[in-house]
Design a protein around this ligand. Structure first.
Ligand code: ADP
Length: 430
C-alpha cells in the first residue's frame, strides 16, 4: 500500500509526543486525520474510513479502550486495524486492548522507524486480508455456480436414466415380440417345408403311377390303328390321333413333373467342373433343335465351379432351348457368359427373341405358368421352375431382364465356395 493513498487517524488528547508523531508520518507521505477525544474519533472513523487508527489509551472522558470497543462494534469500521499508543501501561490493560480488537501497541518514547515498520505490517496484513476476502468471495461464487451446475446435471442424469429405463423397456418388449415372431416364423417355415415335401412326394407318386395307365392307353390306341385301320377311316381315325397326341402331351407333362420333383434333390456327385463343359453337353443334347432353327450359341469364358453336373446341365439346356423356342421371326442367337463379384459368379443366358413383359418376370418361374398357347409354342410351363429349384439348391438365385420384342437375358448366381447347405462331394469317380 502506498503512503500517499493511506489515511491514518490519530486519536489523542494532543500531547506533544503525538504531534511529533503526526508530523513524522505526514513527512512520510501519509494522509493524517486527527481527533482529540473518543467521540469525535468514532464519527471521524465512520466518515473518513481511515486505513489504520493510532489510538491513545489514556484520554479524558471516553478512554481509548471504550473508543476501540465502539469502533469495532460498528460494521463500517469493524475491520480498520487499531494500534494503541500508550505510556507505561500494565499488561492487563494491554490484554484487554487486544481482546477488544487492537492489533498492536506502540509505547513512548516513540521511535519513528519502528512505528513506521509496525504501521506498514498492519497495512500489509490489511491488504492481504482484503485480497483473501476477495478470493474467498470469488470462491464462494464459484461454489454456488458449481452447485447450480451440479443440480442441473443431476436433473439431466435423472431424465437420462428415466429415458434409458423407458428405452430398455421398449427394447425388451420389442425383442420379446421379435423372438416370438421369429419362433412363429420358424414353426411356419418348418410346417411349410413339411407340407411342401409331402406335396412333392405326392406329385411324384401320382405322376409315376399315371405313367402305366397312360402307356396302356397309348398302346391300345396304336393297336386300334394297326388292327382296325380299314374300319376306322375318317373321323374315328382322327379321334384316335387326338387321343395319341393328348397322351403324348400328358407323357411330357408327367416327364417334366417328375423332373421337377427330382430337381434339387439330386445327391449325385458334386464336382469342380468347367461350366463350359456342361454347356457343350447341353448343346450336344439340343443339336437337332439348334440345326432345325439355324440357331447360333456363343459361349464366353466361364468358370470352373463346384456343382452338381447333371442339374447344372439341365439349367443351361432349359434356358438355351427356351431362347431358341421363343425366337419369334428372328434367327436365334444365344450368348452365354459370366461375371464375378467377391462371393459369387453371375451367369447370363441372353437371347434375341420375343422378350417378356416385366409384369410376368416373377410369374414365369412358377409351375405351369405359360404366356402362350400350346399351338403357338409347345411346352409344359415347368422348365423355368426346374431351373429355379436347381439354382436354389446350389445356393444361388435366378431372375431375368427383358423387354417385349427386344430379347431376354436370364441371370443366375452361383457361389464361389460350396454353400454349407449343400452336401459335399459324395463320391469321386476314380
Ligand atoms: P415352357 O417353355 O415349357 O413353356 P418354361 O417354364 O420354360 O416353360 O417357361 C415358362 C414361360 O415363360 C414360357 O411359356 C414363355 O412364355 C416364357 N419364356 C420362358 N423363356 C422365355 C424366353 N427366352 N423368351 C420369351 N419367353 C420365355
Amino acid at each position: 500500500m502506498c503512503p500517499h493513498t493511506t489515511t491514518i487517524l490519530i486519536v489523542d488528547d494532543s500531547s506533544s509526543d503525538f504531534k511529533v508523531l503526526s508530523h513524522f508520518l505526514k513527512s512520510r507521505g501519509f494522509k493524517i486525520v486527527v481527533a482529540n477525544n473518543g467521540l469525535s474519533a468514532i464519527s471521524l472513523a465512520q466518515k473518513s474510513l481511515p486505513d489504520i487508527i493510532l489510538l491513545s489509551i489514556m484520554m479524558p472522558g471516553m478512554d481509548g479502550l471504550e473508543t476501540c470497543q465502539r469502533i469495532k462494534s460498528h460494521s463500517k469500521t469493524h475491520n480498520i486495524p487499531i494500534i494503541f499508543m500508550t505510556g507505561n501501561t500494565d499488561i492487563e490493560t494491554k490484554i484487554r486492548g487486544f481482546k477488544l480488537g487492537a492489533v498492536d501497541y506502540i509505547t513512548k518514547p516513540f521511535e519513528g522507524q519502528e512505528i513506521l515498520a509496525r504501521i506498514q505490517i498492519q497495512l500489509k496484513l490489511k491488504q492481504m486480508q482484503h485480497i483473501l476476502q476477495r478470493q474467498n468471495k470469488q470462491l464462494q461464487q464459484e461454489i454456488a455456480q458449481r452447485k447450480i451446475t451440479e443440480q442441473e446435471l443431476r436433473k439431466i442424469q435423472a431424465k437420462e436414466q428415466d429415458l434409458n429405463y423407458k428405452l430398455e423397456q421398449k427394447v425388451a418388449a420389442r425383442t420379446g415380440e421379435l423372438v416370438h415372431t421369429t419362433q412363429e416364423l420358424e414353426a411356419r417355415n418348418q410346417e411349410l417345408q413339411r407340407s411342401n415335401a409331402e406335396l412333392e412326394s405326392f406329385a411324384y407318386a401320382v405322376s409315376h403311377d399315371l405313367q402305366a395307365p397312360l402307356r396302356s392307353i397309348k398302346m391300345f390306341a396304336q393297336l386300334l390303328t394297326q388292327e382296325y385301320q380299314e374300319l376306322l377311316q375318317g373321323q374315328p381315325q382322327e379321334y384316335i390321333e387326338y387321343i395319341t397326341s393328348s397322351v403324348e402331351r400328358m407323357e411330357n407333362l408327367i416327364h417334366d413333373l417328375l423332373a421337377y420333383s427330382r430337381a434339387g434333390k439330386n445327391e449325385q456327385t458334386w464336382l469342380p467342373i468347367s461350366l463350359e463343359e456342361l454347356i457343350n453337353t447341353s448343346i450336344r443334347n439340343l443339336e437337332v433343335t439348334i440345326k432345325e432353327n439355324q440357331a447360333t450359341v456363343n459361349v464366353g469364358n466361364l468358370p470352373t465351379l463346384m456343382v452338381n453336373p447333371t442339374e447344372m446341365t439341365q439349367v443351361f439346356q432349359n434356358l438355351i432351348s427356351n431362347g431358341i423356342k421363343f425366337c419369334g421371326k428372328q434367327q436365334p442367337l444365344i450368348e452365354i457368359g459370366a461375371v464375378s463379384d467377391e462371393d459369387n459368379w453371375q451367369i447370363f443366358v441372353k437371347d434375341n427373341g420375343i422378350g417378356i413383359d416385366s409384369k410376368y418376370h416373377q410369374k414365369i418361374f412358377q409351375v405351369f405358368q405359360r404366356l402362350h398357347s400350346e399351338d403357338d409354342y409347345p411346352g409344359t410351363g415347368i422348365g423355368l421352375s426346374i431351373c429355379e429349384k436347381i439354382v436354389k439348391h446350389h445356393g444361388g438365385k435366378i431372375w431375368l431382364e427383358s423387354v417385349p420384342n427386344q430379347g431376354s437375358t436370364f441371370y443366375f448366381t452361383l457361389p464361389k465356395n460350396l454353400p454349407t447347405l449343400q452336401k459335399p462331394i459324395l463320391e469321386l469317380k476314380q
